[in-house]
Design a protein around this ligand. Structure first.
Ligand SMILES: Nc1ncnc2c1ncn2[C@@H]1O[C@H](COP(=O)(O)OP(=O)(O)OP(=O)(O)O)[C@@H](O)[C@H]1O
Length: 340
């Protein structure tokens, strides 16, 4: 770190701050922030990093930074995020920041087209660029490719996985029913495996391993989803601000009148296994009906939805009954009263 040049230093409460070194101690440096002259703070020497000459400039690939360290990487992502550029490369790794709103045209059909067959780095960073690289590597190397999506809850893993699936099926599908079916499986999976938590209204409560299968002509011909570690305890108990799995609320909100009457469906507040958590709806009327619209044939709908609804209704009814452990037979449970 050159004398007289600004550095990034971790402020005790405000993250990395740009400042000048004013004193050098045995293990700590005294830093004076550029935007708060006179208010110095101490930072460990090992965590003080050199800053770029122009801290307002951003680059598409963090590897292009003159100094690549924790602070310059975060600053680059922050500047890009403030300009609605949520994706940044670190070589062939993609960092995505959740924008929490739809960025116009970012995932448009035109955008999908523009990334087809283009090498990494020739277009702005995007999840489509990663999907296309995986596809091209599979063709060239004739080997399976994996995309690992990782991050904390609410980071955008589920959404970005869906964008990858949409990209591959749109760009390299056979144009047949299978492309849509791969994409359409998601709302169904999410209905049974996603729930509102305090951090994310659509949090996946299970791990997902998605396979996309290609034929010898490298066209999408199928998919397979394995799931693991489903949070089963949520079915019986949710904290006050959280909900059970979406399917239960969708059934209450989206079932047709005849099914509602037949199965005595009411609002979520009337079911014991829902009303101890949050019972608000978070979807609009259209998305509540999403499940019903998944299969194209109305007959398929009816049969599938009726079976599903009957099963779930039995579940509701079951949970309206209070249970207690029998004193004599500890591994048996008996019904203690009648259903409301
Ligand atoms: N690229 C994006 N554009 C617009 N909104 C987004 C994007 N990514 C995520 N979101 C919003 O953030 C919410 C949370 O994202 P998502 O469910 O993908 O997180 P997650 O990492 O899968 O979380 P969890 O681990 O809890 O399942 C989404 O429901 C969506 O509203």
């Amino acid at each position: 770190m050159d004398d007289g040049k600004p550095v990034w230093a971790p402020h005790p409460t405000d993250g990395f701050q740009l400042g000048m070194i004013v004193d050098i101690g045995a293990d700590a440096l005294t830093i004076e922030p550029l935007h708060q002259r006179g208010k110095t703070f101490l930072a460990p020497i090992s965590q003080v990093f050199p800053a770029e000459d122009d801290v307002n400039k951003h680059v598409e690939d963090n590897c292009s930074l003159m100094y690549l360290n924790e602070a310059t990487l975060l600053n680059n992502i922050r500047i890009r995020y403030s300009k609605d550029m949520i994706y940044t490369f670190v070589a062939n790794i993609l960092i995505a920041v959740n924008p929490y709103f739809d960025i116009p045209k970012l995932y448009s059909p035109e955008s999908i087209k523009s990334y087809q067959g283009r090498s990494l780095g020739t277009l702005p960073p995007h999840v489509y660029a990663i999907a296309d690289k995986a596809y091209r590597d599979m063709r060239v190397l004739k080997m399976s490719q994996s995309i690992i999506v990782s991050g904390e809850s609410g980071a955008g893993k589920t959404e970005n996985t869906k964008f990858v699936l949409r990209y591959l099926t749109t760009s390299y599908g056979t144009g047949q029913d299978i492309d849509e079916r791969i994409v359409e499986a998601n709302p169904l999976l999410e209905a049974f495996g996603n729930a509102k938590t305090v951090r994310n209204n659509n949090s996946s409560r299970f791990g997902k391993f998605v396979e996309i299968h290609f034929n010898e002509k490298n066209a999408v011909v199928g998919g397979f989803v394995s799931h693991y570690l489903l949070e089963k305890s949520r079915i019986c108990m949710q904290s006050q601000e959280e909900r059970n799995y979406h399917i239960f609320y969708r059934l209450c909100a989206g079932a047709s009148e005849d099914i509602r009457n037949m199965l005595h469906l009411n609002s979520p507040d009337s079911f014991r296994y829902l009303n101890r958590g949050c019972t608000r709806y978070f979807a609009n009327k259209d998305s509540d009906k999403q499940i019903m619209q998944n299969r194209k044939s109305p007959e398929d709908h009816k049969v599938m939805f009726y079976r599903l609804a009957s099963f779930l209704n039995a579940f509701y009814a079951l949970h309206s009954l209070p249970f207690r452990v029998s004193v004599h037979e500890i591994d048996h449970y008996c019904v203690h009263g009648s259903a409301s």
